[in-house]
Design a binder for this molecule. Structure first.
Ligand code: NAP
Ligand code: ZN
Ligand code: ZN
Length: 364
């Protein structure tokens, strides 16, 4: 099979080959087996046999077109770990047989100020996401990790610390970096009280990471069933967010709040927890806008902000930090054929705390 790519210099022919994947053709259709084309590796590419892929709530938002802009067929998955099966002639960082990881990004312009600073996620020209982004090589969309294999430029491929369990490392590639990056940016450290809202894939990683950074961690959950786990994950205290009197316990006391909730909720209730000059960073991305009351911010000079995944250097830094502190995700392993059922659990906040797909199952 061949794909033809038009470039400024002329026309290049790119060879492709068929790869088994799981995805969907429409926002209302379940995920099912489908075939996609992957380019044969260029001199700068590595080809990775995918061993495990985490299931992020963003996969679900995207396949159901909740953020709009999904192009079908859509093959999600951006928490990828696997084994390198071939490398291009100019590849320097990796060799065949190495374990490697791919997160949410597979390319960017590499020339703008943000790219040069290792903030490829904020690339001025728009980053190339691992799925549902325009594919610069094939002219189609990029297809993610719910597939047998993936071909990625080595500049966007990460090294995995040897001491970490491979399957439980997969979720670090999105849930890990998306929480690590804001915790670092807002300089979370010992002596600070930090609130983590929503204990799903992202939230449970945030608890582990904030604790390893030395903070006092307070978890806010809608699920009484997660109280014990939150403590086990490292939380110093747990608040049932539906209980108004419990919500008073740290009002005006927190230095930083990280909100990782996937659905509608009252953001003002969490802004009121912040001290003077405290910041709340949103990483959760609900479908609809969240109203903010002026007086949740003004009287204590509070900041309300957001943060998106993390760049390549910081993702490697996060993986190395997790290696050093022995941090991985708590996972529930599934086969790819169970993905639609897993999405139903995600919608109910019922996963402890990340589904990871054993990608061997796609060969069935
Ligand atoms: P998840 O595993 O489904 O966790 C979401 C958690 O939110 C649930 O476990 C639940 O925690 C809480 N929750 C769910 N519905 C709620 C409701 N109606 N009211 C209050 N709390 C509710 O999802 P995830 O994979 O961690 O992703 C979380 C969000 O982050 C998603 O919107 C995802 O798209 C987004 N995301 C953003 C980025 C970024 O770059 N900013 C990257 C990745 C993901 P409790 O049971 O503890 O209440
Ligand atoms: Zn994600
Ligand atoms: Zn750029």
């Amino acid at each position: 099979m061949e794909a033809v790519k038009a470039t400024a210099e002329g026309t290049t022919t790119i060879e492709t080959r068929k790869v088994k994947a799981f995805g969907t053709e429409a926002s209302t259709a379940p995920l099912q087996p489908l075939n996609i084309q992957r380019r044969t590796p260029t001199p700068y590419d590595v080809e990775i046999e995918i061993l495990f892929c985490g299931v992020c709530h963003s996969d679900l938002h995207t396949v159901r077109n909740e953020w709009h802009g999904t192009v079908y067929p859509c093959v999600p998955g951006h928490e990828i770990v696997g084994k390198i099966v071939s490398v291009g002639s100019h590849v320097r960082k990796f060799k065949t047989g190495d374990l490697a990881a791919v997160g949410c990004l597979v390319d960017s312009c590499r020339q703008c100020d943000y790219c040069k600073d290792g903030l490829e996620q904020y690339c001025e020209k728009g980053n190339t996401g691992t799925y549902n982004s325009p594919d610069k090589y094939l002219g189609t969309r990029t297809y993610g990790g719910y597939s047998e294999s993936i071909v990625v430029d080595e500049a966007f491929v990460l090294r995995i610390p040897e001491n970490l369990d491979l399957a439980a490392t997969a979720p670090l590639l999105c849930a890990g970096i998306t929480t690590y990056s804001p915790l670092r940016h807002w300089k979370v450290k010992s002596g600070q009280k930090v609130g983590i809202v929503g204990i799903g894939g992202l939230g449970h990683m945030a608890v582990k990471l904030a604790k390893a950074m030395g903070a006092e961690v307070i978890v806010y959950t809608t699920s009484p069933s997660k109280f014990e786990d939150a403590k086990r994950l490292g939380a110093d205290d747990v608040v049932l967010s539906k209980d108004e009197s419990q919500m008073q316990r740290y009002a005006g006391k927190l230095h930083f709040v990280l909100d990782a909730v996937s659905a509608q909720h009252d953001i003002n209730a969490y802004l009121r927890l912040l001290r003077v000059d405290g910041s709340l960073a949103l990483v959760g991305a609900p479908e609809h806008p969240l109203p903010v009351a002026a007086f949740s911010l003004i009287p204590s000079r509070r900041s309300f902000s957001g943060s998106m995944i993390g760049g390549i250097p910081e993702t490697q830094e996060m993986l190395d930090f997790c290696g050093k502190h022995n941090i991985v995700s708590d996972i529930e392993m599934i086969n790819i054929q169970e993905i639609n059922e897993a999405y139903e659990h995600l919608l109910k906040g019922d996963v402890k705390y990340r589904f990871v797909i054993d990608m061997k199952s796609i060969k069935r």
